[in-house]
Write a protein that binds this ligand. Structure first.
Ligand SMILES: Nc1ncnc2c1ncn2[C@@H]1O[C@H](COP(=O)(O)OP(=O)(O)OP(=O)(O)O)[C@@H](O)[C@H]1O
Ligand code: NI
Length: 335
């Protein structure tokens, strides 16, 4: 590996030991005649009570990050680095090294919940939402009768009507399937939740409702890694925001700092694309992850590029956050 980022998180979030400490996580996919650099040297800490939003354009590696932590990647993936999960009750475990048996028995669903990006395909088609929820709850120790009540409660939490619980997954709209998937992930009350675009297909009031639900989970001690395209969503609920570009975290800061004083030209570009700002998209397209340029991958789209950008910038402490850029923006100065 070329660089190793510090594992400290931005100031203000470092209370006690991290629940999740990811260090140098790298994922490569082998294709017949190419290698996909899906996640590169990624480091982050997540503490109990913290909501971290991971944002970035389509294909930058957000879902692969979540799947790597849960051992859900296909066989052509190679994962290196460490991801230490340290639950309050229990020994720390390296999610990358621990192996499928432990992940299946102790981690997935129990220690780490996942709201998958495409819930419609992830839901078992032959069981109603109610059965799926009750089975999940019983698998995590709820007695039969308590599970029935808890299923209705958690369904109501995500805005699902009891009648909708008696439908089969194919009878649900995209938004209902999304809410059911969220309910299934939340039901066992995992200390860590990975929520991959959990508001897809929801109308605005339900988007806010779901986001606030995740926020409340953090306020009662859980940690949430929220993957989203929606910067407004991140702004509403996240404590810190990590911006990914072409497989790397390029900036990570407390939420207000990121929105008010972005340091990376890419972050500034994403903010400029917001409808309530300049509403101008970042020009150009992200690079192919099979063919990344040497050095900073944002170089071809960056207005500040110089020769220095041909070496990969280290993700280093910057103010209260972390930044990987040779020519960062300074607060108040034009891009
Ligand atoms: N099994 C696989 N084999 C090869 N490449 C893969 C595989 N799974 C994902 N990729 C590639 O890894 C990269 C990262 O994908 P990922 O799904 O993490 O993107 P993302 O940031 O979640 O995008 P989106 O916002 O569209 O969900 C993409 O280039 C994708 O094509
Ligand atoms: Ni994704």
């Amino acid at each position: 590996m070329t660089t190793t980022a510090p594992t400290t998180v931005p100031a203000g979030t470092g209370r006690g030991p991290a629940l999740l400490a990811v260090d140098g996580l790298t994922v490569r996919f082998r294709l017949r005649d190419a290698v996909v650099h899906a996640v590169s040297d990624l480091s982050l800490d997540l503490h109990p009570g913290e909501l971290l939003a991971v944002v970035g354009e389509s294909g930058c590696g957000k879902s692969v990050l979540a799947h790597a932590l849960l051992g859900l990647l296909p066989r052509n993936a190679t994962v290196t680095g460490r991801a230490r999960l340290h639950p309050a009750a229990g020994e720390p475990v390296d999610l990358i090294a621990v192996g499928e048996r432990h992940l299946a028995r102790q981690v997935r669903g129990r220690a780490i919940g996942l709201v998958p990006q495409s819930p419609a395909t992830a839901l078992t088609p032959v069981r109603t939402g109610r059965r799926l929820l009750e089975e999940t709850l019983r698998a995590h120790g709820h007695p039969r009768r308590a599970a029935a009540d808890a299923a209705e409660r958690v369904a109501a939490d995500v805005g699902l009507h009891p009648v909708d619980l008696d439908r089969y997954p194919h009878e649900l709209s995209g938004g209902m399937a999304q809410r059911l998937a969220t309910a299934l992930a939340l039901a066992p009350d995992p200390p860590l939740l990975l929520a991959d675009e959990p508001t897809t297909g929801l109308d605005r009031p339900l988007v806010d409702h779901t986001l606030d639900l995740l926020r409340r989970r953090c306020d009662t001690g859980a940690a949430v890694l929220l993957i989203t395209h929606d910067l407004a969503a991140a702004r509403r609920v996240a404590d810190t925001v990590a911006v990914m570009y072409a497989s790397r975290i390029v900036e990570h800061r407390p939420t207000p700092d990121l929105f008010d004083h972005p340091g990376h030209p890419y972050t500034a570009g994403l903010l400029d694309a917001l409808p309530d700002r300049a509403f101008t998209p970042v020009p150009g397209h992200p690079p192919m992850l099979t063919d990344l340029p040497a050095g900073c991958a944002f170089t071809p789209r960056c207005p500040r590029t110089t020769d220095a950008c041909h070496t990969t910038p280290r993700l280093a402490a910057d103010g209260g956050g972390r930044l990987a850029c040779h020519h960062p923006l300074t607060p108040g100065a034009p891009a």
